[in-house]
Design a protein around this ligand. Structure first.
Ligand SMILES: CC(C)(COP(=O)(O)OP(=O)(O)OC[C@H]1O[C@@H](n2cnc3c(N)ncnc32)[C@H](O)[C@@H]1OP(=O)(O)O)[C@@H](O)C(=O)NCCC(=O)NCCS
Length: 91
């Protein structure tokens, strides 16, 4: 799910998930690439920032996000960290 937070402003990616029987087949990477391509068209607003939250212990997801160019912002909420990317730097 992609939402646009007009207050910051930024694009937020929510609920990134693949069915457990289909994980590890490259769909997550492909889906995230397509989501970032979509966001890069700036469908809701002109922000260049994309952000998401990731469980602190979710190493599979965290590595995937890091390979796509996301990095931890330092912001945390309970067991989740915030990660963000500048769209023009999307790998
Ligand atoms: C995170 C998630 C969306 C990734 O989707 P996916 O379709 O499994 O990911 P891909 O198949 O594209 O793999 C992406 C990378 O993760 C690695 N990976 C995937 N599943 C893995 C596993 N169980 N163990 C170790 N590495 C794994 C792949 O090897 C790949 O790495 P590579 O680029 O070096 O080859 C999926 O695992 C998922 O839905 N997890 C449960 C929900 C969740 O945690 N969502 C994230 C919320 S922040």
């Amino acid at each position: 799910m992609v939402i646009y937070d007009y207050d910051i402003p930024e694009y937020d990616i929510w609920h990134m998930m693949m069915d457990s029987s289909e994980q590890g087949k490259g769909y997550g990477k492909e889906a995230l690439n397509r989501v970032l391509e979509y966001i890069s068209t700036k469908p809701f607003g002109n922000s260049d920032r994309a952000a998401l939250t990731c469980g602190k212990n979710n190493t599979v997801a965290m590595k995937l996000y890091e390979r796509m160019g996301f990095s931890a912002t330092g912001a945390e909420d309970e067991d989740e960290i915030e990660m963000a990317l500048t769209l023009s730097q999307h790998k």
